[in-house]
Design a protein around this ligand. Structure first.
Ligand code: AHR
Length: 503
């Protein structure tokens, strides 16, 4: 039997949890927009053609922020195609996914949908085929109050009030050779700083994200971030990180420990950004925007060269399992463990395309397994992230060496007096008993204990069985003499909410 011990204490804090770490991503890709969030004629569609069932699930997931409109898509996108009367909008070839983009949904529709779902919009500008002027035009159209050509155009399009989009991505994955308009770090760094300078002249309240590497395995990883920030350190607020994980060759143990790699990735980017800051003797800190993350079975993806110029093809509609949900719980824990520096994170993507949610055209929408750790962590993780260091159980993995069997994160909300603890048993076959010492919190008592587990870690949710995998409440867990005893089954995710005598 494996055993681990955790001590929670309000003295050991990491930083405030920024609610924007519970973001997601809507790209014009596959069926994320069309028949995902938008489907005129669907029985639940609103007057603007947006599916009510998907909007309800987006709210239920607790999504706080949505990045839009790409992704690789944005690097060939002309935003002007997506505004004005829908019947006048051109169909275009989407260079990223070799699909046909109808432009039926664009900026105005998307911001309306965001407002309806209570999420903040994070907008990306095209720095692939376009540059400073088009980014400025888009910002003027989106945020300028009125009295200029593009703000008046927005008013004529039925939106007199500015959308006030605060967060802007300066391009997408510009280090990737697959990216339309791919650039070297120097080329991109120069373009990012000039675009940032000009955009801030239009709206000084915006926050800007520079592209970091597309993933930590890129040959230019870390030197890309360093060079880009040498140019753009003073001009931007965040540097981006993207990561997708998958189980390879049946190695479940390594896959379940993917958050070890994510932690390392985050620490490496912090070190790189701070190195550039130190060289500049800067007091400013560039924080991290983990604006694409998820499980993605990329090895099963045919590759975009074989894509067939369809409208709304079924692209990368991975069906997620219990094991995938556990891995996702680990990624969310990693963000909480780095709450002092990871201020934004976007699960990619919201619907159908490696989605939290799946839909059928004209049919149902349902929660994928990964929906659950996302929704519960977004609901429960409040206030300040606590330092949690599991001691005891460890096991060997081929991909990450010896790892802690228990992946843990916790938050403490002083205002409500509530603690949230998130635990994963990363072991593919062994149970682990965990003792959680909460003596630092007088009066601590369990309010709820949710477990996501199954005898079959490959179990999935489908249209026929949409709730096969879901968290279940365990009413037996309680605090006794200041400690909590938990038995974690293999490949499982657990969340414990506690009340305390505080305030
Ligand atoms: O999320 C799918 C794709 O993954 C995005 O378009 C791109 O930015 C990343 O490579």
């Amino acid at each position: 039997m494996l055993r681990a011990k955790i001590v929670l204490d309000p003295v050991f804090t990491i930083g405030e949890v920024d609610r924007r770490v519970f973001g997601s991503f809507v790209e014009h890709m596959g069926r994320c927009v069309y028949t995902g969030i938008h489907e005129p004629g669907h029985p639940t569609a609103d007057a603007h053609g947006f599916r009510g069932d998907v909007a309800d699930l987006t709210r239920e997931a607790g999504v706080t922020l949505v990045r839009y409109p790409g992704g690789n898509f944005v690097s060939g996108y002309r935003w002007e195609d997506g505004v004005g009367p829908v019947e006048d909008r051109p169909a275009r070839i989407d260079l990223a996914w070799r699909s046909i983009e109808s432009n039926e949904v664009g900026l105005n529709e998307f911001t309306q949908w965001s407002r309806r779902c209570g999420v903040e919009t994070m907008m990306a500008v095209n720095l692939g085929t376009r540059g400073v002027q088009e980014a400025c035009d888009l910002l003027e159209y989106t945020n300028h109050p009125g009295g200029t050509a593009l703000s008046e155009l927005r008013a004529r399009h039925g939106h007199p009030d500015p959308h006030n989009v605060r967060l802007w991505c300066l391009g997408n994955e510009m280090d990737g050779p697959w990216q339309t308009g791919h650039k070297t770090a120097d080329e991109y760094g120069r373009l990012a700083v000039e675009t940032a300078k000009a955009m801030r002249q239009i709206d000084s309240a915006i926050e800007l994200v520079a592209c970091g590497s597309s993933n930590s395995q890129m040959p230019t990883f870390a030197s890309w971030e360093a060079t880009v920030l040498e140019h753009a350190y003073d001009a931007v607020d965040y540097i981006s990180l993207h990561a997708y994980y998958e189980e390879r060759e049946g190695d479940l143990a390594s896959f379940l420990a993917s958050s070890v790699d994510m932690d390392h990735f985050i620490r490496s980017v912090i070190a790189t950004a701070d190195h550039v800051g130190a060289k500049r003797r800067s007091q400013k800190r560039v924080n991290l925007s983990f604006d694409e993350w998820n499980v993605w079975y990329q090895q099963e993806f045919v590759g975009h060269t074989k894509l067939g110029m369809e409208q709304t093809p079924r692209l990368i509609e991975d069906t997620f399992s219990v094991a995938d949900a556990v891995a996702v719980g680990g990624f969310l824990n990693a963000f909480l463990r780095h709450a002092d520096r990871v201020k934004i994170a976007c699960q990619a993507q919201l619907v159908n395309v490696i989605g939290l949610i799946r839909t059928e055209p004209g049919g149902p929408a349902w929660r994928q397994t990964i929906f659950h750790p996302f929704a519960q962590t977004a609901r429960l993780a409040r206030g300040t992230a606590l330092r949690v260091e599991p001691k005891g159980a460890r096991h060997e993995t081929a991909g990450h060496g010896v790892v802690d069997t228990v992946d843990a994160a916790a938050t403490w909300d002083e205002e409500s007096g509530r603690i949230a603890l998130f635990l994963i048993n990363r072991h593919p076959s062994s149970t682990v008993d965990v003792t959680v010492d909460v003596r630092g919190f007088p009066g601590a008592a369990v309010a709820e204990c949710l477990r996501l587990e199954d005898n079959d870690p490959r179990r999935t949710n489908t249209a026929a069985e949409p709730d096969a995998v879901r968290p279940r409440n365990d009413p037996t867990v309680r605090v006794e003499e200041g400690c909590l005893e938990l038995r974690l089954s293999p490949v499982s995710w657990t969340a414990v909410a506690l009340t305390t005598a505080h305030p």
